[in-house]
Design a protein around this ligand. Structure first.
Ligand code: 5GP
Length: 219
């Protein structure tokens, strides 16, 4: 059911969008949570990264990633077209700058599925817009189980991911928020609560001055 705003509540206050980074060791449920968020939250969009990694079966160029070669990647770096970039598992990944800047200006939020290296760069370059959330698995056993049920990757790749998980996890303290994914629905509502509170930050609500002036004028 679509609920209409009550008469007199007026238009939403203009705001600047925020950058929501969700990082975790692979297997902690990040992809599932991101998907849920994108389905339910209308004013958030996913940043589509560029990568030099080969496309996996089922992945669609332009939807999961923009798959590009190393030469093109290096060109994007030289042209300062990437907000951040990093090497992960021997491949290069980066965040195209322009779609993000456009969305933020329009008051739309952007969700990023990037690793700790990328988050560090974002923090240096766009601190005020960044909200970072680190997702932890409830236990190592659960992490291993989730990695093994992913049929797409070879055993060798899974082993490398387990090793990387330890490295990734050591960066938890650099994030604004930490969510433990014991229960998917609970973790989801926690991430939504973070988003709701961060959207209400005074400095993000760029239309507040005009709104308050309007209120005062009628007093
Ligand atoms: P995958 O190859 O499994 O899709 O992603 C591997 C890792 O690369 C994940 O931890 C993911 O978060 C990270 N990643 C994906 N895109 C980017 C990006 O644009 N920048 C950075 N720094 N990491 C990324």
């Amino acid at each position: 059911m679509v609920r209409r705003a009550k008469r007199g509540t007026g238009k939403a206050i203009a705001r600047r969008g925020l950058m929501l980074v969700l990082s975790s060791p692979s297997g902690a449920g990040k992809t599932t949570l991101s998907r849920m968020l994108l389905t339910v939250e209308r004013s958030i969009e996913l940043s589509i990264s560029v990568t030099t990694r080969p496309r996996r079966p089922g992945e669609v160029s332009g939807r999961h990633y923009h798959f590009i070669d190393r030469k093109r990647f290096d060109q994007l770096v030289r042209d300062d077209e990437l907000l951040e970039y990093a090497e992960v598992f021997g491949n290069f990944y980066g965040t195209p700058r322009k779609p993000v800047e456009r969305a933020l200006k329009q008051g739309r939020d952007v969700l990023f599925d990037i690793d700790w290296q990328g988050t560090q760069q974002m923090r240096e370059r766009a601190r005020d817009d960044l909200v970072s959330v680190f997702l932890l698995p409830p236990s190592v056993g659960e992490l291993a189980r989730r990695l093994h049920t992913r049929a797409q990757d070879e055993k060798k790749v899974i082993r490398a991911r387990m090793a990387k998980a330890a490295d990734e996890m050591s960066h938890w303290a650099e994030y604004d928020y930490v969510v433990i994914n014991r229960d998917l629905d609970r973790a989801f509502s926690e991430v939504r609560a973070i988003l709701a509170a961060e959207r209400l930050k005074r400095e993000r609500q760029t239309g507040l001055t005009a709104f308050v002036r309007g209120l005062q004028a009628k007093l």
